[in-house]
Design a protein around this ligand. Structure first.
Ligand code: SF4
Length: 620
């Protein structure tokens, strides 16, 4: 194997300085990244890694290959492929980690330049990568494989800007392999959302913890700080320890409404209180991430006093969470941003302010996430945890405490980015039939974000939501066009005209839906008990240009609205409504007016259900 040390370094466009502390020739590149939650390793590229032949990548023999990798990364930062954005340091480091695997594979196969990386070599590399064990010995995820493919795609796209570019032949591989990873070119979209059942249990459990349990834990923390204060200036003695434990013995946790015993068993050891404090922090993190859609760095950058209340032009009060967006921001301090904050988020911030108060008092900064392993006596180092720490905690102690359900028989792996993706999905969801548990918290946010002209500066989040809306609209159209029977005015009209009625999904249907979406720009209105094919002029709830009127949008209004369609998916909602109203009628104390209302609702339900059974629902 020939190793050449061609001098590629002296071209004028290469920078001397990579950051305020690193230069081009340094063995490590340390980027100026000070956003909250970034560890030293996650802002550093270490070029000294070991290769399979025992050499180091910084050895002189690898100078040519090393400089090509450096050039590639730098070109992605300063001169990206046409139409692509410049990569930030975080993305460069992710790419470096994948390229390191590629370089190691090349060395083990006897390649010493990218010009040898043709279609066959790339196929060999991807086969090898596929065999690598992933987390806990499982197969690598599609997202991880897509990351490696993305690096090959970037090597190809930048080949003419490199002295040792990959051959044109690599395109053959990318054309064949790329379509198997449709998300590869849409970086960042590969993160899955949390499945509904897990998300509901996760958010429900977190909401429970930030209520009375959080107050209990804060009181316990304060009591323990007094009980164990002697440890700050004296050695523990059996007598002092016993007195401290006696003080804590008197503390009992609250019994929550509709529960018959305290929410937690008594604790007296400091380490058990530490764990409880951590779980409350975790709960606050989940509430903010899953109900606001902020990124982990944005959450970890929040400061005390970050809640703002404003009265909008329509007189409605809107509450905002005020913070900073670091991704894509020019400069390291991030760009100011306001997220719409539902009430639970306001509460989570209040809890964080109380939890962090002693640390903030001691140190001065206003950050809400200054944590220490000793949160009662504050003797250990204090800092903002790195982003990975939350992922680890959510999948261990927090998951155990909440007893999250399994997903397809296995624990669902949570990550901090899922909150954002799940939030976008909730907001974009047009058919919220199965999400009653979250509706209460997200309903207002959703209305402000999608029914009004709110845009904010988090354009990527707006794009994620739009993608979800389009996906939902497409799924709904498939359901509507292929259903054998539909109910509701619009449903009957579609069922009578659809050329796909009763058919399974096929290519023609996909093209037809593309045509409808492209031609009409149609978007479904949000409706929790059916589909709303929103046209303002036919809106029984008196909606406006932005969509249905959230106040007047009731099941009865929809049942008589020309925009309304119901499919089998919504049958349970109407059956439940019928049962509930029938039970109401059995109540002896029911007044006449309520009785009449219940009877009318039962008739509405019957009409909808008859339509779903293919019978005439008696409405013209
Ligand atoms: S009343 Fe009509 S327009 Fe309003 S949400 Fe229901 S179906 Fe849509």
């Amino acid at each position: 194997m020939a190793r050449t040390a061609t001098a590629l370094r002296n071209t004028p466009e290469l920078p001397q300085a990579i950051s305020s502390t690193s230069t081009w020739d340094d063995d490590t590149w340390r980027f100026d990244l000070t956003r909250p939650g970034v560890t030293d390793s996650s802002r550093t590229i270490d070029w000294t890694f070991e290769l399979p032949d025992g050499s180091r990548f910084t050895d002189p023999g690898w100078a040519a290959l090393r400089n090509t990798v450096k050039r590639l990364l730098w070109s992605l930062r300063t001169d990206p492929p046409a139409g692509k954005r410049r990569l930030g340091p975080g993305s460069l480091i992710s790419d470096f980690n994948r390229i390191r695997v590629l370089v190691c594979w090349m060395v083990s196969e006897g390649y010493d330049s990218f010009s040898q990386l043709d279609a066959d070599a790339a196929a060999g590399f991807m086969s090898e990568v596929k065999e690598r064990p992933g987390r806990k010995g499982e197969a690598l995820s599609l997202g991880t494989l897509a990351g490696y493919l993305l690096v090959l795609t970037r090597l190809y796209a930048q080949r003419e800007k490199l002295d040792d570019g990959v051959p044109d032949d690599l395109q053959r591989f990318l054309e064949e392999y790329g379509p198997r990873f449709p998300r590869v070119l849409r970086q960042g979209r590969a993160f899955p959302y949390t499945p509904d059942a897990i998300a509901t249990a996760l958010i429900g459990g977190a909401l429970r913890l930030i209520g009375t349990p959080a107050d209990d834990v804060i009181s316990l923390r304060d009591l323990a700080a007094v009980a164990y204060a002697y440890r700050l200036d004296g050695k523990p003695t059996p007598a002092r320890e016993a007195r401290a434990r006696r003080m804590l013995d008197g503390f009992s946790f609250s019994t929550l409404p509709k529960e018959d015993s305290p929410w937690h068993a008594p604790v007296v050891q400091l380490k058990d209180i530490y764990a409880l404090i951590e779980r409350i922090y975790d709960a606050c993190f989940v509430v903010i991430a899953w109900l606001v859609g902020a990124r982990v760095s944005e959450i970890l950058g929040l400061e005390a006093g970050c809640i703002e209340r404003h009265v909008g032009p329509d007189g409605q009060q809107v509450t905002y969470l005020h913070g900073r967006i670091y991704k894509m921001a020019t400069g390291d301090g991030g760009q100011p941003h306001r997220w719409i904050a539902p009430e639970p988020v306001v509460r989570a911030v209040d809890v964080l302010e109380q939890l962090s108060a002693p640390i903030r008092k001691k140190l001065g900064p206003s950050n809400l996430w200054m944590l220490t392993r000793d949160p009662i006596l504050l003797r250990q180092p204090i800092g903002i945890p790195h982003t990975g720490a939350f992922g680890g905690r959510l999948n261990s102690s927090f998951r155990t405490m909440l007893d999250l359900p399994l997903h397809q028989g296995r624990p669902w792996h949570l990550n901090t980015h899922q909150g954002r993706k799940t939030f976008a999905r909730f907001i974009g969801k047009r058919d919220r039939t199965g999400l009653h548990a979250l509706q209460e918290h997200l309903g207002h946010v959703s209305r402000v974000m999608t029914d009004t002209a709110y845009v904010g500066t988090d354009f990527e989040l707006a794009e994620l939501i739009n993608d979800e809306i389009l996906k939902e609209t497409r799924a709904a159209l498939e359901d509507l066009l292929t259903a054998s029977n539909l109910s509701g005015h619009a449903g009957r009209m579609i069922a009578s005209r659809s050329p796909f009625r009763g058919r399974t999904q096929d290519g023609d249907l996909g093209e037809y839906i593309d045509f409808i979406l492209k031609d009409s720009g149609m978007v479904l209105g949000v409706c929790d008990w059916g589909y709303c094919l929103y046209r303002r002029e036919h809106s029984a709830c008196q909606g406006d240009d932005h969509g249905p009127n959230a106040v007047l949008r009731t099941q009865s209004a929809c049942a008589r609205c020309a925009n309304f369609a119901v499919s089998q998916r919504h049958r349970a909602v109407w059956q439940d409504r019928k049962v509930r109203n029938a039970q109401l009628l059995e109540h002896p104390a029911l007044d006449g007016e309520s009785r009449k209302l219940a009877q009318e609702r039962i008739l509405e339900c019957d009409r909808i259900l008859r339509g779903l059974d293919g019978e005439n629902d008696g409405v013209r």
